[in-house]
Design a protein around this ligand. Structure first.
Ligand code: FE2
Length: 441
């Protein structure tokens, strides 16, 4: 690798001096500036974080092509690709191929530009120049993609045409938009002088880097949240595995809660939060301290009741360990045993001061408890369920939400679909829906 760096350094210096002397002082300045621009762009794209989005290294090459012409642009392409390939990416095998294909692409593109009547160093582009620039972009990408596709086709033994088509389709839109930047940079160079191009490109590169960092961070965060959610789902299954009678309880509660939240007119985000909270509402029961109380048959002592009543707070604490669930989901879980008349726990909240998600979970939770078989009783017929809701409306349940649940055809259908054939619920024919009322969030 040391020898490659030394040889390429010598080649860069020699090429710079040879071509630089032949294009004069103005050409030398342009070559230096555009090589520097391409190198800075390449350096930023070679950072370990630069894994997303396409390259914009070619923009500096396009600008060089319409400022210095084919000869100068080919020097810029040669120097910058040698510098980035060998010094930054430490690639020795592909160096020759990459340097050659980039340089040739630039020569073809800039020749197209001149052939199509484009002017060099223009600060006042005419329609002819724009057309010529389109020819340059076409020539550059056609050559570049043909070389890359050819190399891939040979190394993989696949059809060239298919790889070429997919190469072009993959980056076409992005490259076309970024190509416009090459025209702007060349115009800035001629109009305001060599250093002005950094005034426009450095902020763009910085923005691009910030965007990439942000995307990386977002991706990492989503991954973390997904892992946490999987862990919590697993925890829910663990709790339900302790007791066959509660198997699938959380999933059903989440389904009913989601329907009720939608029918109550909550926003899509609120509905999602309510469904998540409903799925995880009893997750705190996974703690060891609840094991004996949950499995105990018969009456609980006063202390045991107090302990059991701490499960909403313990669930909320566990949920709050996931950043994205803090806030709405956390408080909906914490208050899912609050009664509408203030007689619930943990804080004895009353009426609308109870989060709407908690009031919905209270109904969905009770609905599932009543419509599934328990060790001490069979599932209640739907008429009895409605009776209970009517009886405790305004006491345990938010009256408007309870009314909505009783009228909901979707909830009734969902209850019947998820109840066991022996529960007696399936024999009941659902009654046609009546107009539903809206509940304020
Ligand atoms: Fe609970």
């Amino acid at each position: 690798m040391g020898a490659t760096v030394a040889i390429s350094t010598a080649a860069v210096v020699a090429a710079f001096l040879f071509f630089g002397s032949s294009v004069g002082y103005g050409g030398l300045t342009a070559i230096t500036i555009f090589t520097l621009l391409a190198f800075v762009t390449g350096a930023l794209e070679s950072s370990p974080k630069a894994g997303i989005g396409g390259s914009i290294l070619f923009v500096a090459h396009l600008s060089a092509a319409i400022t210095t012409g084919p000869l100068g642009a080919s020097v810029v392409a040669l120097l910058s690709s040698l510098l980035t390939q060998v010094w930054l990416r430490r690639e020795s095998i592909k160096v020759l191929f990459n340097v050659a294909q980039v340089t040739l692409s630039v020569v073809v593109g800039s020749s197209f530009y001149l052939f199509a009547g484009g002017q060099l160093r223009s600060s006042n582009f005419s329609n002819q120049d724009f057309l010529a620039y389109a020819a340059l972009v076409f020539g550059y990408f056609a050559t570049n993609s043909a070389f890359v596709s050819g190399a891939v086709a040979i190394s993989r033994g696949e059809r060239f045409s298919e790889i070429w088509r997919s190469q072009i389709m993959r980056a076409a839109g992005y490259d076309l938009v970024a190509s416009g930047l090459g025209l702007l940079i060349a115009w800035m160079y001629t109009r305001f002088g060599p250093l002005s191009i950094f005034a426009v490109t450095l902020p763009i590169l910085a923005l691009r880097q910030a965007y990439r960092d942000n995307l990386d961070l977002k991706k990492a965060n989503e991954e973390l949240v997904r892992h946490h959610r999987e862990l919590l789902d697993y925890t829910v299954k663990q709790i339900e595995a302790r007791d066959p009678y509660t198997s699938g309880h959380s999933r059903r509660v989440a389904e009913y809660a989601q329907i009720l939240a939608e029918e109550a007119g909550l926003t899509a985000k609120q509905v999602e939060d309510v469904a998540t909270a409903a799925l995880l509402h009893d997750v705190g029961k996974v703690y060891h301290e609840f094991g004996s109380v949950l499995q105990k048959e018969g009456r609980l002592s006063y202390e045991e009741k107090l302990l059991l009543q701490s499960h909403p707070v313990r669930s909320a604490e566990l949920i709050a360990t996931i950043g994205s669930l803090r806030g709405a989901v956390e408080s909906a879980v914490k208050h899912h045993h609050e009664n509408y008349d203030g007689s619930g726990y943990p804080e004895g909240l009353r009426g609308e001061s109870i989060p709407v998600g908690s009031r919905i979970i209270m109904i969905a939770d009770t609905l599932d408890a009543m419509t599934t078989d328990r060790p001490y009783r069979k599932a209640l017929p739907f008429d009895r369920v409605l009776e209970e809701f009517r009886k405790y409306s305004g006491k345990q349940f938010d009256p408007r939400l309870a009314d909505l649940a009783m009228r909901s055809y979707a909830i009734r259908r969902c209850v019947i679909a998820s109840s066991s054939p022996t529960s007696g619920l399936t024999s009941k024919k659902p009654t046609p829906p009546r107009p539903s009322i809206r509940v304020r969030a």
